[in-house]
Write a protein that binds this ligand. Structure first.
Ligand SMILES: [Zn+2]
Ligand SMILES: [Zn+2]
Length: 312
């Protein structure tokens, strides 16, 4: 009896030890598996995150191209009635193409759609909202990507959209050449001294004037440099880029203005040369320097804004 119970004890202890060992083995093996799995998971997670980030960054580039495509349409003499809709269509076309490329390259399923093209607090930026769905294996991203596209460096569509290509207006050498288009427009609307604006010119590409605050234009050499470089200025009265595409010289959004430069010996009073005045607000100004053929024709409030008021 005693031997038996001793033998039972040994068998029992061994059994417990073996089971404990087995349990430890199972635990270790599952742990290793789990860790390996997590590694694979986080690796594919990184790749997925990269794809989504890369795609989002490309939206910004395609958005700018979509604006430029609309501008190109205007420069080719075609009217744009709804610039937001036109740019939306341009972008969707580009996104479809990119979705196919990404599908091939990364084995992902992407669908995207431009929800809106809007003005921002800054006239230099246009905000795009794009609905984006990305699926790769078990992973999924679904959300709205918001990107700002800059209009700096793009061409100003307003002169051509407003006067139409049939007016004889031309764009070359980085300048808009109004030829007789503006004086014909002024003659038609019975504005003073339309002959002052024969052969007027304006900058073609949008560049933001660095002389801010603008009263510094009265400092020596500043106005000269601003005109040479062809800078654009922020203006609550000037029209925004989206409205410029539609040929609107004025709009309710915060926009910008540019000086239309006359080159004439005529000293008459005529439209003040800020483009929103010439195309929409229609009030007169006078040459800053009557003896200078290239002098700006400006009204008193614009003279004040740019610090060009003569000292008493
Ligand atoms: Zn300036
Ligand atoms: Zn506008």
């Amino acid at each position: 009896m005693k031997i038996d119970s001793k033998g039972n004890l040994i068998v029992g202890t061994t059994a417990i030890l073996v089971i404990a060992l087995l349990l430890i083995c199972i635990f270790v093996i599952t742990s290793i598996n789990l860790i390996q799995h997590e590694n694979i998971d986080s690796q594919s997670n990184d790749i997925f995150k990269y794809i989504v980030d890369d795609y989002s960054a490309n939206i910004e580039i395609l958005a700018r191209e979509s604006i430029d495509e609309a501008t190109g349409k205007v420069y080719n003499g075609l009217p744009i009635l709804d610039s937001q809709d036109q740019i939306k269509k341009n972008l969707n076309k580009r996104l479809d193409e990119m979705n196919r490329e990404y599908g091939k390259k990364y084995d992902v399923e992407i669908s995207s759609e431009t929800l809106s093209v809007e003005n921002t607090d800054s006239p230099w930026n246009i905000l795009f909202k794009v609905k984006l769905d990305v699926k790769k294996g078990n992973e999924r991203f679904s959300g709205i990507v918001e990107k700002n596209a800059s209009v700096e460096g793009l061409r100003d569509p307003l002169p051509i959209a407003k006067l139409t290509i049939l007016s004889g207006i031309m764009a070359y050498d980085d300048e808009i050449h109004y030829k007789t288009a503006l004086s014909a427009y002024m003659l038609l609307h019975d504005f003073d001294s339309p002959e002052s604006y024969i052969e007027a010119t304006a900058p073609m590409h949008i560049r933001k004037c660095p002389y801010d605050p603008y009263v510094h234009h009265g400092d020596p050499g500043v106005l000269r440099d601003c005109l040479d470089k062809g800078y654009f200025h922020e203006s609550a009265d000037g029209s925004c880029y989206l409205c410029r595409l539609e040929g609107k010289g004025k709009c309710s959004h915060y926009g910008f203005e540019v000086f239309i430069q006359t080159h004439t010996p005529v000293k008459n009073e005529s439209l003040s040369c800020s483009d929103h005045v010439v195309f929409a607000d229609h009030y007169n100004g006078e040459k800053i320097d009557p003896d200078d053929w290239d002098s700006l024709i400006l009204d008193s409030s614009h003279r004040k804004k740019y610090g060009l008021v003569e000292n008493d």
